[in-house]
Design a protein around this ligand. Structure first.
Ligand code: DC
Length: 212
């Protein structure tokens, strides 16, 4: 099941619960891009680094029990900070980063049923997915959701700044030349602006159950 959409659309929470209800695995590909961005932040690297190829080669990203590991260290909380959010769109424009992570995503998903969420899952990673959804919501609702999520790991956050950052991230994610955020032609649009989490999950479940 491929679930794509912009930041704060509710796709990660929905995907996690959906996978649980279906009794299958879940993969958050945004967490993988965030872990790579964290590596850049921690090592004060630039995306214009001359040795980009060896930098990317030296990074190991792993997902175990819904936690993300950067070079064998669990970074599941650290990847949710504003510093990482600010850099992640720039890092995820890099073709070398994308090809590395797409390969890991395909290998994790091989031979198992899985709900996988991101920006390019239905278009690039799994164009032949059995089910494709594009989840979206108004920018205001998305900023509030991201604020609630970030509050857990960061005391120093500002809702207006988050809204600005989301707008900027949408712009970069949607306009990059490599695997931009777009709805696949055959993806079903789910607008979650007025839906709570249970309603989002149930709407998707109903569609899957109807087609199965
Ligand atoms: O879903 P998220 O906000 O945690 O994703 C973080 C960033 O990672 C997002 O700004 C774009 C990028 N991303 C991507 O380019 N492709 C994916 N499949 C998933 C995320």
């Amino acid at each position: 099941v491929a679930i794509d959409g912009p930041a704060g659309s509710g796709k990660s929470t929905t995907s996690r619960l959906l996978a649980h209800k279906l009794g299958i695995s879940y993969l958050d590909t945004g967490a993988m891009y965030r872990a790579v961005a964290l590596h850049f932040v921690q090592n004060e690297l630039l995306t214009s680094d001359e040795n980009l190829s060896s930098v990317i080669d030296s990074i190991s990203i792993d997902i175990k029990n819904n936690s993300v590991y950067l070079n064998d260290v669990d970074v599941s909380s650290k990847i949710r900070t504003q510093g990482v959010s600010n850099l992640v769109s720039e890092v995820s424009c890099l073709p070398l980063v994308r090809s590395k992570l797409v390969e890991i995503q395909r290998s994790i998903s091989r031979n198992q049923s899985i709900v996988i969420d991101g920006r390019d899952i239905g278009t690039v990673v799994f164009p032949n997915a059995d089910f494709k959804f594009f989840v979206t919501a108004s920018i205001e609702v998305r900023a509030i959701r991201r604020y609630e999520e970030m509050k857990l790991s960061d005391d120093n956050i500002d809702i207006n700044q988050i809204m600005k950052d989301i707008r900027e991230r949408d712009r970069i994610d949607s306009s990059r030349s490599h695997s931009p955020l777009i709805k696949a032609n055959d993806a079903i649009l789910i607008d979650t602006t007025d839906l709570d989490i249970d309603q989002q999950v149930n709407r998707i479940l109903e569609i899957i159950n109807k087609q199965n």
